[in-house]
Design a protein around this ligand. Sequence first.
Ligand code: FE
Ligand code: CA
Length: 517
Amino acid sequence: MTIDRRSLLKSGAGLLLLSGLPAHAAVLSRPLGANPFTLGVAAGDPWADGFVIWTRLATRPLDEHGGMPQMVVPVSWEVSEDERFSRVVGKGEALARPELGHAVHVEVSGLLPHRHYWYRFSVMGSDVSPIGRARTAPAAGAALDRLRIGVAGCQHWEAGFYDVWGALAREKDLDLVFHYGDYIYEGAGRPVGQGAVRSHHGDEIYSLDDYRRRYAQYKSDPHLQAAHAASAFAASFDDHEVDNNWAGDYDQDGTPPEVFLLRRMAGYQAWYENMPVRRGQMPNTAGITAYRRLDYGNLLRTHVLDTRSYRTDQSCNDVARAETCTPEAHASPEMLGHAQEAWLDEGLGNGATWNLLAQQVIVMPFDVRAPGASRPVFETDLWDGYRPAKARLRESIRRHGLTNVVIATGDHHKHAAGVVPERDEAPDGKGVAVEFLATSISSGGNGRGDDGFAHILENNPNFDLYTDRRGYQIFDITAESWTTDVKVMDEIEKPGGAIRTLVRYQVTPDRAELHRV
Ligand code: FE
Ligand code: CA
């Protein structure tokens, strides 16, 4: 099965193919005999002359090694100006290595700014992959009329079907989808009917192979594949890519940090293998650098944040909603960590019309007290549990004189919209930034709409919306205004739900205020 290296080297293709290979690596030399493109294709993190294109080979997604032989597999790729690949403008060969779960990440370059391109992969003797589409970013500093960004995440496999992804795939003219995380959930499979509409394969995931198989199961969904094929993503991770509510070196179960860090490493590697991110996001034994910037001409600078890796542990042992755990309980908390915080502060100094903080957990003060309770209650896993860090974020925005900061948030499985006030203690005061919390794709099941949440809006005057429904949000961005469409689907526990716009907001870059339109 191993290729004859010497005879291959005689051909030009062999030279190209084997450069970068160790001398004795086993290279697949015969057809796989089955379609290896069962996990779809994806693109991500566009820049002005390219983007990442991704696939991961698996002939049998849930089997050991995804059904793949433990060999290096050469993969050809093509990028074209048209859907039929009659104007191919880039092509090459990449190596899918067993060390990386047969993932392929190609950083395509040499393309024109702010143009649509189509891409596909093939393996010798096998099917050609599905075709994906992505758009490059505009040239640095260029003016552009309009930008459309989808926001989604929290896609618990067992809680619902992915028709919301299908609806997002059909949105017109998306430049990008920001995935805020909870791409997978780590828990054990539950039987259908007992808390699941479809079951996770296997037990709780710990090893790299476990995580890979969980991603493979999620990625086998045609709606999710369609969303990836339709536009580039900017992927970040939240907690469930590793373990519920982990924080820096700590999980929620009191596992010794040196043990948890090995699990975290497996989670990081599987995330990298399965996301269309750049080589700069590849983890190493020191950890991962997942925070990064994406610029769209002079219209938008996006700061993709990592609010998990560098946190201090949650206060009060992460006993969320404990009345005795006040925001002051955490004496010197870190949310972003020193390096990321300094990087963000530096990056906020720019002339873009808008700044988007693409991140995970709620920044706005959020009083979750029960109906009728007399004292406010705050959750320790949110920015409320890290108030001095939140104050430094606000101070950074103020110091740069910015009124154009929009925050995208996930994690909470609700649609919400509101304003981050100058002081957490005065939530009805002047705003520093606008925050849009995009609900889950499926986590939480169909949800209960607005039932039983009147007290949330009463106790949080900075919130304009709080609803338990499934869906996503669309940011439609111009130099004059930022429009957010809050999209909801009526049914996700059965296939075939219908999507609609629940509410539309508008923001202008001169002040951090929300307007319903
Ligand atoms: Fe979630
Ligand atoms: Ca989460």
